[in-house]
Design a protein around this ligand. Structure first.
Ligand code: F6P
Length: 600
């Protein structure tokens, strides 16, 4: 009441402002009243309407109770509903009928997307606007896989010719290395590659490499060659990756967008030493190449600029696998023509994402369902469950793409979010995961699951005397698990099976657990590209609707700068015997123990 009385005393315009922004102001108040060192005052200045203030969001909130009343068993009995929840594009079938959603829910989600300006935001991304506003950058990973004749502008300049210039350079270089016309310092061909990089400069290429490794067509091209990834600054990772390699026949590719990442640069110096101590310092020119946006630093490091492969600041690290970051190491291993098919698969999804109506648009549907699960049904996690061992690195890659993109605390305009964004991604291939964490997702917490299956295995096996092929065996589980989650098993069913009464509660499955299934025709390079792009765009859709910036990653900086203080202390203590100072009691105690225990 005091607030309302006070409001009457302020001018009309200010009243309108306060009423319109009361939501943010309440948030602001909550934030400044906490003892946090960091003030959100400035953030609050840049307030804008949040999606949760819109009618369409509230409408979905009101719809939740209705959905919670209906068990998936019931929803699944409506064939028309299920039929409408199956969408196919370019050989990939999406079935989202096991989501706790009706057609009415979908309709409301499409309205939410409209209210969020999803279509405009997608267009702004493809049109090369600087949608990554905190870094003042365009977001154009779609240009990396665009056909040669496409036009995708950034600041009025077509990016596609630059992309193809680098791709042509990779094609030429990788062919020289693979054919043995590019040789090492002692005249021997380079048959092994160690790619040094971390985060986005590692996880995407590792995912694609792991998936291609067992593809008969791709692996034929990789015969006699090895591709390894050195990511962690842990000396154990160095040891693992150089064990069994001969510097004479090894090419090191240093992959870093910034060329300043501490871990990557230390690993690069370590392998430079490994090469030059074995073959002399001049050998570095033949045995080390780089991928970066910072060609000046590449040269300062001692790598010939002719052996550097560029990309651009409009490619986010976690979206960079289609740039030289992935294309160079993968082309060295499999040949450029295989990698080109991977790019074409991603490009096919880009066109689909840009042009398909929302109700037929795979990434849009997936993104909106994630919003539904996280923000409305309250399920913060997502399990990524590919029924193919070759996709074992999909979940680790998507973890970065998703969690680094969407794990944000403020809107793109800097307003503290009153709802949580992002989801916790984890996963393992089936059936391995079934023998690990599926207990929790069947009877414990509700975790929406992505099941990914493949019609034709990369490695078909049929043992004589077996009932089904090994792939059929795997896929039997792929088809069974979503139903087990959706339908569950009732006490009544258990009693009918004469299960002893005391075990009935333990053997009951509540069901009503959402999942979706993606069925791919095979796992060729092309399909792997499609899968990658589906996930990339799904994550962008989520961020666009949540109203956040999915393309920056300020949350990784604080830890990095604190580590640099510790690094300085370790150096000062070891070299000059300086005592540990300037840290809290806990860190001081731990550091002292570490220094004492690890002294030479
Ligand atoms: O972890 C933060 C991060 O900046 C990621 O976004 C990025 O992919 C990774 O580090 C590696 O960065 P760079 O390619 O510049 O070495």
């Amino acid at each position: 009441w005091i607030g309302i009385a006070g409001l009457c005393l302020v001018p009309y315009e200010l009243q309108c402002f306060l009423i319109h922004h009361h939501h943010h102001l309440l948030h602001f108040r909550n934030l400044v009243e906490t003892p946090d060192q960091f003030s959100y005052r400035n953030l609050q200045m840049a307030s804008s309407t949040l999606i949760c203030d819109m009618e369409q969001w509230k409408d979905l909130k009101a719809h939740v109770d209705e959905i919670k009343k209906t068990h998936l068993r019931e929803l699944m009995s409506d064939t028309n509903r299920c039929n409408s929840m199956m969408v196919e594009f370019d050989g990939i079938l999406l079935d989202y009928s096991r989501q706790c959603a009706t057609l009415e829910t979908m309709d409301k989600l499409f309205k939410l997307a409209e209210a969020a300006g999803l279509k405009e935001k997608i267009n702004r991304m493809f049109n090369g606007e600087r949608i990554n506003s905190t870094e003042n950058r365009c977001v154009l990973h779609v240009a990396l896989r665009a056909p040669r004749d496409a036009v995708i502008n950034c600041d009025g300049k077509n990016t596609v010719p630059d992309v193809w210039q680098v791709l042509d350079k990779i094609r030429e270089f990788s062919e020289r290395v693979r054919s043995g016309s590019w040789v090492g310092a002692t005249g021997r061909p380079l048959k092994d590659v160690v790619a040094i990089g971390i985060g986005g400069s590692f996880l995407g290429p590792l995912f694609v490499h792991t998936a291609l490794q067992t593809d008969p067509e791709a692996s034929e091209f990789a015969r006699g060659r090895q591709l390894r990834f050195l990511a962690n600054v842990d000396p154990i990772d160095v040891a693992r990756n150089i064990t069994g390699l001969n510097p004479e026949t090894t090419l090191v590719v240093v992959v870093s967008k910034t060329f300043t990442t501490a871990e990557t640069m230390l690993n690069a110096r370590t392998l430079r030493e490994w090469i030059s101590s074995a073959l002399g310092p001049e050998a570095v020119a033949k045995h080390m190449v780089a991928v970066s946006t910072n060609l000046t630093l590449v040269e300062q490091f001692g790598i010939d600029p002719n052996n550097a492969f560029a990309f651009w600041d409009w490619v986010g690290g976690r979206y960079s696998v289609c740039s030289a970051v992935g294309v160079l190491p993968l082309s060295l291993q499999y040949g450029f023509s295989v990698v080109e098919k991977f790019l074409q698969g991603a490009s096919s999804i880009d066109k689909h994402f840009y042009s398909a109506p929302f109700d037929q648009n795979l990434p849009v549907l997936l993104g909106l369902l994630s919003i539904w699960n996280v923000s409305f049904l309250g399920h913060p996690a997502r399990a990524i469950l590919p029924y193919s061992q070759s996709l074992e690195k999909l979940a680790p890659h998507i973890q970065q793409v998703s969690m680094e993109s969407n794990g944000k605390g403020v809107s793109i305009d800097g307003v503290a979010l009153p709802y949580e964004s992002g989801e916790i991604d984890f996963g393992e291939p089936g059936t391995n995961g079934q023998h690990s964490f599926y207990q929790l997702i069947h009877q414990g917490r509700v975790v929406p699951c992505d099941f990914i299956g493949v019609v034709k295995s990369q490695q078909p096996v049929y043992l004589k005397g077996e009932v089904v092929s090994n792939h059929d065996e795997l896929m039997s589980n792929f088809f069974a698990q979503p139903d087990a989650l959706a339908y569950g098993k009732t006490p009544q069913q258990l009693q009918n099976e004469n299960v002893p009464q005391h075990l009935v509660p333990h053997k009951t499955f509540p069901g009503n657990r959402p999942s979706l299934s993606l069925l791919l025709p095979s796992l060729s390079a092309y399909n792997i590209g499609q899968l990658l792009a589906i996930y990339e765009h799904r994550i962008a859709v989520e961020g666009f609707v949540w109203g956040i910036n999915s393309f920056d990653q300020w949350g990784v900086e604080l830890g990095k700068s604190l580590a640099s203080q510790v690094r300085k202390q370790l150096h000062a203590s070891r070299k000059k015997g300086e005592t540990v100072e300037g840290f809290n009691f806990s860190t001081t105690t731990m550091l002292k123990r570490y220094l004492e225990g690890s002294a030479d």
